[in-house]
Design a protein around this ligand. Structure first.
Ligand SMILES: Cc1ncc(COP(=O)(O)O)c(C=O)c1O
Length: 388
């Protein structure tokens, strides 16, 4: 198992903070906006005498909540086509185990959400990574560059649009490329849609929009980001393929159930998502715009305009972005302030890739984002002047 590269430098940040240095966290996707009061009210209202196990497929308020949520976003899932999970994380593990025997393969596009590596280890499946390029904002390559990665052991694609860590939102044509390949080679598509609402140029295209893939599409999803309830740990795995859901349920039964009170607590948001998600998506659009503006001021970096989620991968004019990130958090300061970023290598499966890249997450206010990116610019200048 790999450790999480995103959390690697975090302990050093704590040491610096104790020394009185302000650290701007651009490293982690922990939303900073307040959770809706409806969630806390639902928790306070919980009046059962025992916190009992929930059913393995989920409690009725959560299942009907997910059904209502999907209806709001134009997707039709029946309750029997879903299992409530401990975050999107568990849904991904369930999907991998449901579609692969040990040693079989799933195709992923790199850079990708780094925990897919850990999930693949848990599921005992191999990820085969198709490289993307920063020069087209990490959009998908043509079919002829993807197809050679399919082997006799391949069982699925895993895709994530809007994407962590790149912020890319795949076009309908790109999605169709995956759908056609999945159709032709009889593969599943595990579609990680946890950032569905965070698409700033046009609506994100979900995998369920392709009727021809009805039986091969698996949606893995989460309340974490869109409702700012990361710690509630409520997600879902959904598929029209009842064999997939039956297999996933066996795993669900082995882990017994998902936290009872949290399933009830997120139901009001699932039943009526837009009043909450509307304003926060607008806030993140503002932040995305500010990041894009501020990056223009830093010389010699490679970047693009992310279309969604709240991340960007940028190329730095340094040999090794991990050494730079470490230096920035361990030694550098500008007026008693510094910045923590996530080195890019951890988001790749292929060794040596992403070596000059870092991922930034937009989890700060607009003012703090401006300040932290200006500090990043100062740090890069100083690092280069030292010939490092
Ligand atoms: C792309 C992606 N998928 C899944 C997850 C898992 O989130 P959770 O388990 O909180 O739902 C994350 C979290 O950062 C993510 O970025």
């Amino acid at each position: 198992m790999q450790g999480s590269p995103i959390r690697k430098l975090a302990s050093t940040a704590e040491v610096r903070k104790k020394q009185g240095i302000r650290v701007y966290h651009l490293n982690i996707g922990q939303p900073d906006l307040p959770t809706s009061s409806a969630v806390f009210e639902a928790i306070r209202k919980f009046d059962q005498k025992t916190i009992a196990y929930a059913p393995s497929n989920g409690l009725s308020p959560a299942l009907s909540g997910w059904k209502a949520y999907y209806h709001h976003v134009g997707v039709d899932f029946e309750e029997k086509e879903m299992i409530v999970t401990t975050g999107g994380s568990e849904a991904i593990v369930m999907a991998m185990i449901a579609v692969c025997d040990a040693g079989e393969e799933i195709i992923v596009f790199e850079p990708f959400y780094t925990n897919y590596n850990g999930f693949a280890s848990i599921a005992n499946v191999k990820l085969r990574a198709v490289p993307l390029s920063i020069h087209n904002g990490f959009h998908l390559p043509p079919t002829k560059e993807i197809e050679p990665y399919i082997t006799t052991k391949t069982k699925a694609f895993i895709i994530n649009s809007p994407s962590n860590p790149t912020g890319a939102v795949y076009t309908r044509e790109e999605m169709l490329r995956i759908v056609d390949l999945a159709k032709r080679h009889n593969l599943f598509v595990i579609s990680d849609e946890v950032y569905r609402e965070f698409a700033y140029e046009s609506k994100a295209v979900g995998i369920t929009e392709f009727a021809q893939l009805r039986n091969q599409a698996i949606v893995v999803d989460s309340c974490s980001k869109r409702f700012n309830v990361c710690g509630a740990r409520i997600g879902v795995i959904a598929s029209h393929n009842t064999d997939v859901i039956a297999s996933a349920l066996k795993i669900g039964q082995a882990r017994l159930s998902v936290a009872t009170i949290e399933q009830i607590a997120v139901a009001p948001l699932l039943n009526d998502p837009f009043p909450y998600t509307g304003p926060i998506v607008e806030e993140f659009r503002k932040r995305r715009d500010v990041v894009y503006e501020e990056l223009k001021r830093i010389p010699d970096i490679t970047y693009y305009k992310p279309e969604g989620a709240f991340y960007i991968v940028i190329g730095l004019p340094v040999r090794d972005a991990e050494s730079f990130s470490k230096w920035m958090i361990e030694e550098f300061e500008f007026k008693r302030e510094t910045v923590l970023v996530a080195p890019g290598q951890g988001f790749y499966a292929t060794s040596g890739k992403g070596i000059n890249e870092v991922r930034l997450a937009f989890m700060l206010s607009v003012e703090d984002l401006r300040q932290s990116l200006s500090i990043l610019g100062v740090a890069l200048k100083e690092y280069k002047s030292k010939g490092m």
